[in-house]
Design a protein around this ligand. Structure first.
Ligand code: CO8
Length: 260
């Protein structure tokens, strides 16, 4: 990494996976604009780095992230919110093209829950709590929470969480489909890293296409989504890795992928 960051920490990459830790422990990783800007910039740098295939994003042991920074939020009136740069930063985070796995221990609240939902996969420690408590502050989720949560957990549970501000624990999140796996908290990051490393070994172009097409399911109707899938499936037929994958299977040998 060429840039240095104050609000996030980038560990040395392991097996083509970059671990990013949110690092504002004094405020339970409350998401200031500065933190979000650093995260967006780091992800953009990683997107350009061929040596990194996937990212794991984590917070603290007890709190993944406590939401938008309320001190910053308090200073914004309606015009301030209207002109806020944050929606554009969130979009940059969402546009990260490589697999992004959130390893969530403890509270993921408000913008923290929304940040976890920007990831492609969430691995939760069994101490995790997910919530959108904005209603208690006279607000509603403002970083995609109303839209992504309802798609992830369905109407009734999303309504309960957003209207009543009630949290769900890791097991409830697992049952609802918000998270992919629950782990003991000490192993959450390790499990997320292992999963990311496994994905990092897959043919990169197929992974990229798969992520893009899966995310289209949130944005399109079935017919359009199926068309995206067909296009991506067709494009992959022109890649060396796809031919290598099929040939290696038929020749009963391990494939050697090159990312081409
Ligand atoms: N913002 C700023 N500071 C915070 C935040 C926050 N969200 N959360 C905690 N802190 C600070 C506290 O003020 C406190 O600071 P200090 O030591 O200076 O008093 C310190 O962190 C420790 O906090 P607590 O004493 O409360 O710690 P506990 O261990 O008792 O509780 C909790 C931990 C449960 C996480 C608790 O801190 C909490 O409930 N935090 C607020 C959660 C919340 O309501 N989040 C929603 C925020 S609104 C939001 O996210 C809207 C998203 C819209 C995004 C739009 C972008 C465009």
């Amino acid at each position: 990494m060429t840039q240095s960051y104050e609000n996030i920490v980038l560990d040395k990459p392991v097996a083509a996976v970059q671990l990013i830790r949110l690092n504002r422990p004094q405020a339970h990783n409350a998401l200031t604009s500065a933190l979000l800007l650093e995260l967006a910039a780091a992800l953009e740098e990683i997107a350009r780095d061929d040596a990194i295939a996937a990212v794991v994003l984590t917070g603290g042991d007890k709190v993944f992230a406590a939401g938008a920074d309320l001190k910053e939020m308090a200073a914004l009136d309606m015009v301030g919110v209207l002109n806020d740069e944050r929606p554009a930063i969130w979009r940059r985070i969402y546009q990260f093209p490589k697999p992004l796995i959130a390893a969530v221990n403890g509270f993921a609240l408000g913008g923290g829950c929304e940040l976890a939902m920007h990831a492609d996969i969430i691995i939760a420690g069994d101490n995790a709590q997910f919530g959108q408590p904005e209603i208690n502050l006279g607000m509603i989720p403002g970083a995609g929470g109303t839209q992504r949560l309802i798609r992830a957990v369905g109407k009734s549970l999303a309504m309960k969480m957003v209207l009543a501000g009630e949290f769900i624990n890791a097991q409830e999140a697992l049952r609802a489909g918000l998270v992919a796996e629950v782990s003991v908290p000490e192993m959450t990051i390790e499990r997320a890293m292992k999963l990311a490393q496994s994905i990092a070994q897959k043919p990169a172009l197929a992974v990229k296409q798969a992520k893009e097409v899966l995310l289209k399911a949130f944005e399109t109707d079935l017919e359009a989504g199926l068309q995206y899938e067909r296009k991506a499936f067709t494009v992959l037929a022109g890649t060396e890795d796809r031919n290598e994958g099929i040939n290696a299977f038929l020749e009963k040998r391990k494939p050697k992928y090159t990312g081409r």
